[in-house]
Design a protein. Sequence first.
Length: 425
Amino acid sequence: MSNATLQSTVGRGGATMALSQEQLRAIVTEALAEIGQDERVLAIVPDKTRDDNTDQLLPFAAEILEQKTVGRFDVLIAQGTHGPMSEAEKRLKIGWNKLAPATIGNIFDHQWDRDDELVTIGELSAAQITDLTDGLMHEAVRVRINALLAPGTYDTVLVFGATMPHEVAGFAGGAKYFFPGVAGPELTHLTHWLGALATIENVIGRIETPTRRVIEAAAALISARIISFTSVSTRNSEGLRTHALFAGDLYEAFRRAAAVSSQVHFKRIGRKYKRVVALLDRHYDELWVGGKASYKLGSIIEAGGELIIYAPHLKQLSATHGHLIEKYGYAPLEQVREMVAGSDELRANLCVAAHLAHVSYGSTSNAAGQVTARYLITLASGVTEAACLRVNLGFLDHRRLKLEDYRADSETLVVEDAGRDLYLV
């Protein structure tokens, strides 16, 4: 079966629901009903920067596939451009302690910058790119993906992951676990820069976006059957709550889950604030992913205001791209576009350029027409003061930050677990 063939989508969920383990298992069982004996199955799972229920769902799938006596069942980590996980982190992610011995074969890392780890499965033409991006981009792009997804390697690919508002694609989930999750650099750079050009205000929290159209067109080139498991979850002091799980067709499962996410992950408030203190979610241990605090909170900060990102656990800007971030610095999109135009290095690393603009979030102009960042971003983290100043960020010693003072200020909003929910006025 080609993945282009529309599959049925099963599942259930809603903003007020909390699916039980029995309900989750029943959905996984139904979605895997057509997999036959001796099939080769590959599971694509999120990395440690995503907080989801893969550790519950993948053991269900492994048990069901063992009963079907599939030929092999391997796992590929969709880490995109993030650094690799330790063996302990991988095992925690896939629920290793719930797995029977030998139910899973190999656990593979994705290496996006290794040519020998990638395979070309097609191309999106210049005309296609122009149409898919509403004219924001015009150049053809080669579609390269992890070599494990080459035609004939696996019969079926299972995609596990949650959806929530996302700055590049509008919502995480679905085809995004292929591109950029296990993609080559071409589409990774293109999609990130496309998200920046479309502007974060017009992308984040929207289901249909130029980036979504591009990554779904690329995913249609994958020859294996794809079964997608897209969930919606939240976490509180009692643990993870799964509001929804939809499984089956890659495109429909994503859209049904994103509709629930639109109810669960949007926080609508009645005003903007002069200052927002973001207590960064601990899943984000570098600003490459911790920038979500700015993406998710930027729309509720007044022009000329301040975002303080409080994250003592955050020690670096980016393990992979830190040197480029420090060289060019965070800036509004207008300035980043000028930097891209004048730098071959930045044009070759458009995902970094997009990150610089996304973290800066928005811009404003003074009386002289000069463009500046709409608000100041101050890091209260493990990143040094010198590094903050090099990249146009403010610095605050996290040991001296007194949250009680900010909580008492009517012009300040303190946000717990920042980076998860999208705040809107």
